[in-house]
Design a protein around this ligand. Structure first.
Ligand code: ATP
Ligand code: MG
Length: 445
C-alpha cells in the first residue's frame, strides 16, 4: 500500500537517522526547524489571530484561504529566481504526474494568483484580502527563524495611491501596539524598475571595487542580485554597506513624490518611522515603498516582526492586467517571542461559571446529558468526568474560579435532585433535577 502521494525532497531530513527509543522502536520526530504549537502557547496564537481578524474587519479586508501547495513556477516568477527564498529556501517536489510543486514560502504570490484566477479585477477596486496561515522555508533554524512559521498577511490590490501604503503601515504598527509591543517602522523606497536598474548599476560599480572583501554569498549576489548585497548579515559585508550609494539619490520624480506623500500620512497618523536607505528586503517583486517593523527597544533592530511593500509590477508578471498593489506580512512566531520577552501574557479566554461534579456510576451516566443541556443553554460550564472523588472535583472547581458547583451524588439520584453549591460562601441548596437548568440561568443572571 502507498502511504503518501508525494515525498518532500528534503535530503537532510530524509537521511537523518530516526531516533531509537527504549526497546529499539523507531520514534517519529519533528522535521528539523519545524514546530508544534502546544497548549501553553496556543493562547498567544489565539490572541494574535483575534487581533488580526478585528483589524481586517475594521479596515474591510476579506479573508481568503489558498492551498499550501502551488505550482513552483508561481514563486519563481514572482519572488525571483535569485532570491534566497527561491534559490535556497523553498520546499519543492515533483509529484507523480511530473508537475513541479512548491510548499508556499509566503502568501503574496498566492493572493495575486487568486485575484487573477477568479477575475477579482472586475470587482470594485481596490480588492483587500487577508489571511492567517502557515508557510515553510528551508532556512537554517535559529531563534525566531523556523522552517514552519505563521504569518498574518494583508494585501490591497488595485490602488496606487500612497494612502494605501500608509494605511497598511498603520495597520501593522497598530497591530503590534495593541498587542502591547511598541514598534518602529523602517521605511525606504525602491522607485520604479528603471530607478532600480540605475541604482543597481551604481551599486555594482561600488562593490566591484571591494569585491575581494565580500563573503561567498555576496560574491554571487554581486553577479546575480546586487540589491541583496545591502541585506547581508555578515559583519564585514555590513561594513561595506555603510559607504554604499543610497537609492534615495536615484529616485525618479514620481516615486519621490509618492514616497514623500506616504511619509506625510505617517507623520499625520503619528506613526514613528526611520528612513532606512539600506532596507531592500528579500523579494524581487517590490517597487516603490518598502517597510519593516522592528521592536523599539535595544536589540530590536535584529528582529523584523513584519514587512511588506508595494509591488506594482507583479500582476502583469503573473499574466494579469497591469494592477498596482501593496501588502505586508507579520511574522506571528516572532511576535509571540517578543510578547514573551516583554512579559505580555494573553488574557484568559474562557472563564467558566459552573463546575459539574458527579459521584457514582449512575450520577456519572446522567451528568453527561445534563452537562450538554446546560452548555447548550448558554451556561459556561466545565466538568471532569475522569475524576471521581468529590474532594478532587471541588478542588478543580475552585482552581477554575467558578461561581457555582453542581453536585450530583447517589442521594440526589435517588431523590431526583441536585445540589447547587455557592463557591463564594460555601452554602448549598437542593434543587429539583428538572428545574436545574432554569435555576442556574437565573442565578447567573
Ligand atoms: P528576514 O529578513 O528576517 O529573513 P524576510 O524578509 O524573509 O525576513 P518576509 O518574507 O517579509 O521576511 O516575511 C514577513 C515576516 O515573516 C518577517 O518579518 C518575519 O517576522 C517573518 N518570518 C520570515 N521568515 C521567517 C522564519 N523563517 N521563521 C519565522 N518567521 C519568519
Ligand atoms: Mg528571510
Amino acid at each position: 500500500m502507498e502511504h503518501a502521494a508525494f515525498v518532500i525532497l528534503d535530503q537532510s531530513s530524509m537521511s537523518k537517522p530516526l531516533k531509537k527509543a527504549k526497546g529499539g522502536k523507531v520514534r517519529p520526530q519533528l522535521l528539523r526547524g519545524m514546530k508544534d504549537i502546544l497548549p501553553q502557547d496556543a493562547p498567544y496564537w489565539d490572541m494574535i489571530r483575534r487581533k488580526a481578524r478585528e483589524l481586517a474587519e475594521s479596515y474591510s479586508f476579506s479573508r481568503v484561504e489558498t492551498p499550501l501547495l502551488e505550482a513552483r513556477d508561481l514563486f519563481e516568477r514572482s519572488i525571483g529566481e535569485h532570491t534566497d527564498i527561491v534559490s535556497k529556501e523553498m520546499f519543492t517536489f515533483t509529484d507523480k504526474g511530473g508537475e513541479s510543486i512548491a510548499v508556499r514560502p509566503e502568501w503574496t504570490a498566492s493572493a495575486c494568483r487568486a485575484y487573477i484566477e477568479h477575475g477579482m479585477v472586475n470587482q470594485p477596486q481596490p480588492v483587500k484580502l487577508w489571511s492567517f496561515f502557515q508557510c515553510f522555508r528551508r532556512e537554517r533554524p535559529q531563534a525566531g527563524r523556523y522552517r514552519s512559521f505563521w504569518q498574518a498577511d494583508y494585501e490591497v490590490i488595485g490602488d496606487a495611491d500612497p494612502v494605501v501604503d500608509a494605511e497598511l503601515i498603520l495597520i501593522l504598527y497598530t497591530f503590534l501596539k495593541e498587542l502591547g509591543i511598541q514598534g518602529l517602522v523602517q521605511i525606504n523606497s525602491l522607485g520604479t524598475p528603471e530607478t532600480r536598474r540605475k541604482y543597481t548599476r551604481g551599486l555594482v560599480e561600488y562593490y566591484k571595487k571591494h569585491a575581494r572583501k565580500l563573503c561567498g554569498d555576496c560574491k554571487v549576489r554581486l553577479k546575480k542580485n546586487p540589491l541583496r548585497l545591502l541585506d547581508c548579515k555578515v559583519p564585514e559585508c555590513r561594513e561595506l554597506v555603510t559607504a554604499a550609494p543610497e537609492i534615495i539619490d536615484f529616485l525618479d520624480d514620481e516615486s519621490r513624490k509618492h514616497f514623500m506623500s506616504v511619509l506625510e500620512y505617517l507623520d499625520e497618523s503619528e506613526v514613528p518611522y526611520n528612513l532606512n536607505s539600506r532596507l531592500v528586503r528579500g523579494l524581487d517583486y517590490y517597487t516603490r515603498t518598502l517597510f519593516e517593523l522592528w521592536p523599539d527597544r535595544e536589540g530590536g533592530e535584529n528582529i523584523a516582526l513584519g514587512g511588506g511593500g508595494r509591488y506594482d509590477g507583479l500582476m502583469k508578471l503573473l499574466g494579469g492586467r497591469d494592477t498596482p498593489a501593496c501588502g505586508f506580512a507579520m511574522g506571528v512566531d516572532r511576535v509571540v517571542l517578543e510578547m514573551k520577552e516583554q512579559h505580555i501574557t494573553p488574557p484568559r479566554q474562557f472563564q467558566p461559571d459552573v463546575y459539574l461534579a458527579q459521584l457514582g456510576d449512575r450520577a456519572k451516566r446522567r451528568s453527561l446529558k445534563l452537562f450538554n443541556d446546560l452548555r447548550a443553554s448558554g451556561v459556561r460550564i466545565i466538568e471532569n468526568f475522569s475524576q471521581d472523588g468529590l474532594k478532587e472535583q471541588l478542588g478543580a472547581a475552585s482552581d477554575a474560579g467558578v461561581r457555582y458547583t453542581l453536585i450530583l451524588g447517589q442521594k440526589e439520584m435517588l431523590d431526583n435532585t441536585i445540589l447547587l453549591r455557592d463557591m463564594e460562601n460555601g452554602s448549598q441548596e437542593v434543587v429539583a433535577f428538572e428545574k436545574i437548568v432554569g435555576e442556574v440561568k437565573k442565578k447567573l443572571g
